[in-house]
Design a protein around this ligand. Sequence first.
Ligand SMILES: [Ca+2]
Ligand SMILES: [Ca+2]
Ligand SMILES: [Ca+2]
Ligand SMILES: [Ca+2]
Length: 446
Amino acid sequence: MAAKRGWVRYLISDPFSLLIMLHCLRLCSLAGVFLAGLLATPAAQAQAPVVTTRTPARQAVAAPSAGPVGIQFSQPISAATAGSLRVVGSQRQGRRTGAVSGGGTATLSFQPAQTFAPGEQVSVTVPATLLGTSGTAVRPEVYQFWAAAGAGPADFAGGPMVTLPASPTGVAAGDLDNDGDQDLVVLTAAQGYLLRNDGSGVFTAEPGPGSPTGQQLGGLVLADVDGDSRLDVLAVGAAFSNNLPTGTLLTWHNTGSGFSLTASLTLTGIPRTPVPADLDADGDLDALLPDPGYRTVHVLLNDGTGTFTSGTDVPLGPSVNAVAVADLDNDGDLDFAGASSDGNFVSALVNVRLNTGSATFSSALDLPANALSSNVALGDLNGDGNTDLVVSSGIRDTNVLLGTGTGTFVSAPDVRCFPFLLSCDPLCPSASWWLSGTTGCCCHMT
Ligand SMILES: [Ca+2]
Ligand SMILES: [Ca+2]
Ligand SMILES: [Ca+2]
Ligand SMILES: [Ca+2]
């Protein structure tokens, strides 16, 4: 007690020490508030629910055609928002109709009203409008899988011919009348046709998407861009003025009784075929359009009604011929790979771009490819759950690159599928043979 009184007398008698002590007390108080804030953060601000398990697994290649699609989260999901889950098919309906169950629990299940078509690619979006029961938005993600196809012999026999008044410039298959069979849309330079399937593979042609005056049609793809569960038609229109080309993304909405050209967007150059995908994980299909003339991949974002606006384009050279979309680094957003070539037989590349999650893409990871790369496809070839990459060459073997799941790839043996290949010889006997860059042998064409 005496010592305590002594300290007090000392501090009162020494104002400098008193000031230091008061300052220390103030700092301790501030530190306490800071620490209390840190400790209070987890309770006051709940963690976002995240997806922990997907059924079918991402990149699955033989998913049950009847469904369901099951998603397990780290926390229970609000029943009121469970319907925000989006399941989108590439061949039937587009946005799939069906029932979501499991609201209020940590496992949602979507049962599609109609089976997935054999080999159909299915995209699942977990958007940020899906909330946990605490009210916190989920961490959004998009993933893809493929429905099982039959184990057929892969032999194809010719079917009945359909005569059209002009040469086709594009064809795409999908169930446009939602009756369960695959119909066709065929474009000619100035007119589109719907070839309706009678259910047995016999098609009847009727007028389809019409072309705006002066536009030549190409680059056809089917996708439900307005989310009404009817496949719509996207195509690239080309117009020339003083020999200068202007490209337009044309969108025909499927009304159920015809096609209505209701949206278009003018672009530089003449882009190639659009690739629809939910690039920003908000539940609608956006689009990538490779534009070789301008060495660009156009990024177009959907407002949910099928109206597109330009996003952040991606420069990609030398001459990007095609793109394919998948989650290359397993982080829950869709990335893309582009096949590009400068036409001189030596500098073909695959350009890998990773999505930031909001449809902006990283700088290129360039992978060498065989000459004149003309197309690229993505899928899990070796069943390890990672997306692999296949690049076709105009004159050489097909490249196979196996994904590591982190956005990088390792080379696998090329696939020799050049149709006119006659034989190989390591000695290159004459000028009509050429050296295969990956196998080290010389090949000869018929
Ligand atoms: Ca049909
Ligand atoms: Ca639609
Ligand atoms: Ca979107
Ligand atoms: Ca990704």
